[in-house]
Ligand binder design. Structure first.
Ligand code: NDP
Length: 333
């Protein structure tokens, strides 16, 4: 089928793009510049423009941002919306984070409703941030739950702004479906922190590494040589996240559903230990002795629908760490 993929230059999106092509789909992707579009074409060489092409959408938050992309080369069968700002450095919380996420999501849904009645499926990359409850976590999280964060609380710091942006963007999408009753079905993928290899050729400097892989960059550059920063959360491999997006597009059983993407827990010290074990050349970038911090949380996450409905089997942490570090070392070289 022909798929419109928004934010094709992103870390998660590049894996989705690769997998969509592998599954035989045609892809038109939105990027913010011709340079980023050309980079994607070079990373997936030898394809005719009917198989892979790009449309420039400079800012997803602008009114009618996606209209041109949707009208560009009909008929599309499905849309995969990944584009959204992901960093913790916003200072103008509403304009840099909350509004782009929410308006970007509404813009793509409105564009489809107005211009592409043939589209039957939309998958939106939401986040576990839309589910987590930092004040009173349940014993086990599942897909029925929502982060209670308010618009005001989302404006207290950069991290809260990102978390809020994902909750309010998904909420806007779900409300759109309930009110507008469009002719397409919606599914969301809600990943925890996504680790995994970056696509070859996608980075010219490790300074630009995507937010969720920063910890790997810091470790291999010796920034934690004097001690591994405490840190522990839930993680998932980007290749499994991509597989969930593509399965959610392809399977009608996914219609209307939310899918938590979570492989397990990690701590920074576990990551460092795995790097030490597998990369002798990086020994001097890490502390001589690594004190293992527990990665246990006071709550569980039910990730069973990803396996049951989407057929995804999650990779383990060592596999993800080794492949991520390998990919970053190639950029450094
Ligand atoms: P990236 O920063 O690598 O990708 C984000 C993409 O969105 C980029 O293509 C970026 O373009 C684009 N984008 C951001 N803001 C705008 C804007 N205003 N106008 C146009 N394009 C924009 O992040 P990830 O790949 O990690 O994230 C992809 C999606 O996955 C996001 O929705 C994120 O919230 C979600 N997610 C990610 C997780 C993770 O741990 N990585 C966890 C849970 C959810 P450009 O690069 O040109 O700025």
């Amino acid at each position: 089928m022909k798929v419109l993929l928004t934010g094709g230059s992103g870390f998660v999106a590049q894996h989705c793009l690769r997998l969509l092509l592998k599954h035989g789909h045609d892809v038109v992707t939105t990027v913010r510049s011709a340079e980023k579009g050309q980079q994607l074409l070079s990373a997936n060489p030898g394809l005719p423009t009917t198989k892979l092409s790009y449309v420039i959408v400079k800012d997803i938050a602008e009114p009618n941002a996606f209209d041109k992309a949707i009208i560009s080369s009909p008929p599309f069968a499905a849309v995969l919306h990944t584009a959204s700002p992901f960093h913790y450095a916003a200072t103008d919380f509403e304009n840099d984070m909350l509004k782009p996420a929410v308006n970007g999501t509404l813009n793509i849904l409105n564009a489809i409703k107005a211009h592409a009645p043939e589209i039957k499926k939309v998958v939106v990359t939401s986040s576990f941030a839309a589910i987590i409850n930092m004040q009173s976590p349940p014993e086990v999280y599942d897909e029925s739950m929502w982060n209670p964060i308010s618009w005001e609380q989302a404006q207290t710091n950069g991290a809260m702004a990102y978390v809020g942006s994902k909750k309010f963007a998904e909420k806007a999408a779900r409300d759109f479906m309930a009110v507008e009753k469009p002719g397409f079905a919606l599914a969301t993928v809600n990943p925890v922190l996504v680790f995994g290899p970056i696509m070859e050729g996608s980075l010219t400097s490790l300074n630009a590494v995507n937010t969720s892989n920063v910890v790997f960059r810091d470790m291999i550059q010796g920034r934690m040589k004097d001690g591994i920063t405490n840190g522990s959360f839930s993680w998932v491999d980007v290749r499994d996240v991509a597989a969930m997006h593509v399965a959610a597009l392809e399977k009608s059983e996914a219609d209307g559903q939310r899918f938590i993407a979570a492989a397990g827990r990690y701590s920074n010290s576990e990551i460092a230990s795995i790097i030490k074990k597998h990369f002798p050349s990086l020994q001097d970038k890490l502390p001589e002795h690594i004190e293992l911090e527990s990665s246990k949380a006071g709550y569980g996450i039910d990730n069973s629908s990803a396996e049951k409905i989407l057929g995804v089997k999650f990779r383990d942490l060592a596999h993800a760490v080794v492949d991520t570090v390998d990919s970053l070392l190639k950029v450094e070289a």
